[in-house]
Design a protein around this ligand. Structure first.
Ligand code: SF4
Ligand code: MG
Length: 481
């Protein structure tokens, strides 16, 4: 999912809407903006893409200088209208709205506990647990209630909230999912709230669109409270950093800078490292668009081979992987990609993608490239094999559906009918990420003791199977209510 928040801007809802456009790749099932006009909340939330959800007239119904927004794809709870975020509830101190990216690993047990004590849940999203915990807290101020609630959560959350005349941004102590603080200067920000308009978003590409400047990452475990008195920062109990390395591999947009890492640069380095680790005798390098493009560029540069767009993507059919329905996913590949015989016929082709999940896409792509006349097809993947599901907010399928959980690289290569298959090593992946961190204060790289190939600062559980936060209970994908 993607989250956005803005404080103290005359065009708050419009900018939230624009910000969500830039975050659309993080979730395509539903979108919502809740504006806050001096403590009164107004909501527009619907299933569908940002461009379809918000019309001019709907945006006009979102007054106020504060807004929070959310784009959703389901990792816990069903893909249902009632789960659309930001969730809003009437709270004893006024209405409150929350948008959440990530997945709580103890949501089920907290929910059972709350239900046994009499709580009634409206949604089946793990996010509602946060609101229910807040309502139980005895502190007077809602932000203190939030502190109490966050102390009970385990797992991944990057949260934006608004209530009263405040915007709050919070990130779990491991910092699994990104969350960035920015600001906008200018006339529009002069108000009783001060001169600065503050923004928070999942990715910096949302700031670029609205001319906001990046201030810094919201730190893991940090809770930022933004109101007329300015910006205050508090911390939850520190935990080891565990930023999701898959954000760098696949999920984030390449024009974003997250975790003080330029995602584009990181992907070029991944491609270069892949070319060094798994070279191929070939005539041309092509990407699987869009997710493989930047790594393929890096591969072609390092291997000194021509780079061509041998597969053309239809941009009007969304990211089919993320659509929850199996039927659409299968159909999706041809709908999405077409191979160019002029570029591929008679060639030995290297095709670069960011990851293999089920293997079904890769299999179809290899077939498509052969049908276009390629002599050989060498598949290169700019991350290690995905062998374990994610419990922290990326919608990987269950373990049994992950091809790398059951098959070796050779078996996978045969399954996808490639002439060869090569993956980037864990070491190569983390080195590539570090090479793209010019601003990060140099500090010793802490190797993960059990798995020295990985950096202890990162979560890489989907590649290693070692989870930094143990699963309390696997989220019920779909509750029947
Ligand atoms: Fe990211 Fe993988 Fe960890 Fe999930 S398991 S947070 S996708 S690195
Ligand atoms: Mg892809």
């Amino acid at each position: 999912c993607g989250v956005f928040g803005i404080f103290n801007h005359a065009e708050a809802a419009n900018l939230a809407y624009l910000g969500l456009h830039a975050l659309q790749h993080r979730g395509q099932e539903s979108a919502g903006v809740v504006s806050n006009d001096r403590g009164t909340l107004h909501a527009v939330r619907h299933m569908g893409h940002v461009a379809d959800v918000f019309t001019q007239s709907r945006l006009e119904h979102l007054p106020g200088r504060l807004a929070v927004g959310h784009v959703r794809y389901t990792t816990a709870g069903g893909s249902l209208p009632k789960n659309i975020q930001p969730l809003t509830v009437e709270y004893r101190s006024g209405a409150v709205a929350i948008g959440h990216n990530g997945n709580l690993v103890n949501a089920e047990s907290l929910r059972e506990e709350l239900e046994s004590e009499g709580s009634i849940f409206y949604t089946n999203s793990d996010t509602e647990v946060v609101l229910q915990l807040m309502a139980r807290s005895q502190e007077r101020d809602w932000v203190d209630n939030l502190f109490a609630a966050l102390g009970r959560l385990r797992g991944a959350y990057s949260i934006v909230m608004t209530s009263g005349e405040r915007l709050v941004a919070a990130r779990d102590p491991h910092g699994f999912r990104p969350l960035i603080l920015g600001k906008i200067r200018g006339e529009h920000s002069h108000s009783r709230y001060g001169k600065t308009a503050w923004v928070v978003a999942s990715e910096t590409c949302a700031f670029d669109l609205i001319d906001a400047e990046v201030v810094r990452d919201v730190e893991p475990g940090e809770i930022l409270v933004i109101d007329g008195d300015g910006l205050r920062s508090s911390r939850l109990k520190p935990q080891p950093r565990r930023f999701c390395v898959f954000e760098h591999v696949y999920f984030a947009r390449p024009d974003s800078v997250l975790d003080q890492t330029a995602v584009y640069e990181a992907r070029v380095h991944m491609g270069r490292a892949l070319a060094r680790e798994c070279p191929a005798d070939a005539d041309v390098v092509i990407p699987v668009p869009d997710s493989g493009v930047v790594a393929a560029l890096g591969f072609a540069k390092e291997a000194d081979l021509p780079f061509e767009m041998g597969l053309i993507r239809n941009h009007y059919v969304g990211r089919t992987f993320i659509e929850p329905k199996e039927s659409i996913r299968h159909f999706g590949v041809k709908l999405k990609l077409n191979a160019l015989p002029n570029l591929l016929a008679g060639k030995r082709v290297v095709v670069v993608d960011d990851s293999i999940v089920r293997g079904t896409t890769s299999r179809k792509i290899v077939k498509m490239i052969r049908q276009a006349g390629a002599k050989e097809v060498h598949v290169r993947i700019s991350s290690p094999p995905v062998s374990s599901p994610c419990y922290y907010g990326i919608d990987t399928p269950t373990r049994s559906e992950l091809i790398a959980s059951t098959y070796s690289i050779d078996e996978t290569s045969r399954f996808i009918e490639a002439d060869s298959l090569g993956y980037l090593s864990p070491e190569g992946l983390l080195d590539a990420v570090r090479l793209a961190q010019p601003e990060r204060p140099k500090r010793p790289v802490l190797a993960d003791e059990e798995d020295p190939g990985f950096d202890a600062d990162y979560c890489s559980a989907c590649f290693t199977g070692r989870y930094p936060v143990p699963m309390g209970s696997v989220p019920r994908r779909q509750l029947r209510l």
